[in-house]
Design a protein around this ligand. Sequence first.
Ligand code: APR
Ligand code: ZN
Length: 342
Amino acid sequence: MKAVRFTGVFKPLEMQEIPIPEIGKRDILVKIKAAGICHSDAHYRAGISPVSFTPLTLGHEVAGIVEKIGEKVTNVKPGDRVCLHYLITCGDCYYCSTGNEQFCKQGKMIGHHANGGYAEYIAIPSRNAIHLPDEIPFEQGATLMCASATAYHALLKSRIKPGDKVAVFGVGGLGQSAIQLAKAFGASMVFAVDINDEKLKLAAQYGAIPINGKITDPVVEIKKLNAGKGIDVAIEMIGLAQTQKQALQSVGPLGRVVLVGLSDKNLSVNTYSEILGNEVELIGSNDHLLQELPKLIDFAAKKMLDTSQIVTRTIPLDADAINKTLDALEKFDAGVRTVIVP
Ligand code: APR
Ligand code: ZN
């Protein structure tokens, strides 16, 4: 089969011909119909977040059709439409059995620690497969598996409640879902901070108040629009120290700031004015959980989460087209989400 693979830091991804993977008794083979290209994939290619081995097939936002099942598989059958939870875990350890599988010591993320979805087929444990309702196209099903799911998890981490005022910093792939989910959770105001007018326009369509961080200071603007006060929840989905700081400074008393954007840099905070004086909480959010996905898919099936505008481009399974998308993501110039349709 064809697979587009990472062979080393700073090298362009390469198309390779590799065998269709074998499956074990509890695994399934999925014919890939859509694989999203996430900003994290650009981080993997750049070595900011190292992968486990090379050559490795990237891609962790995957949807497709079940082709073959192992002899012990009962939850899906060949022909089923599925999307795939990207974390493969042991299911047995303390973290897995207490519902926090992202800390499983044996956990492997597809497209990062195991071969992923920039390919024609993928083998994966059957419990990672979630049925994709007919009304959700494969491209959108794929982006639910990281962009939307990560946003959903981050909002749960923020302990958002009805009436909260929320700011989303960075309204790319993840942020556009975060806006809609914050509204679905009952946020009374959602601010969208970005530097890209197209993305801000889409954010406004989803009901957010757009703020262009290139033109105005988002902290000043958010407070101005909120009667001079700080807001309740700020979610940072970019990974820059500058916007992390802005997120911290935009909240008021008892504010919760959730960091989602990957970064390997330090962040300096003023302990009194930014954290303890207002009892502000700085919360890390990483990945998402299998148990969160059925509800998320339900939101999408009911159109409370509309991802139709989030997939702004589809490309074939082609190394050159994928590398160009990753280059554009590095410059924050890639549209909202590009999805590979093999
Ligand atoms: N101020 C405001 N917005 C900015 C700034 C800035 N200084 N710099 C970039 N942005 C915006 C971009 O215009 C883009 O819309 O941040 C957004 C980031 O979105 P994407 O590039 O689509 O990234 P996404 O896939 O959503 O991932 C966001 O989460 O999981 C992590 O690794 C991922 O760090 C990445 C982050
Ligand atoms: Zn991702």
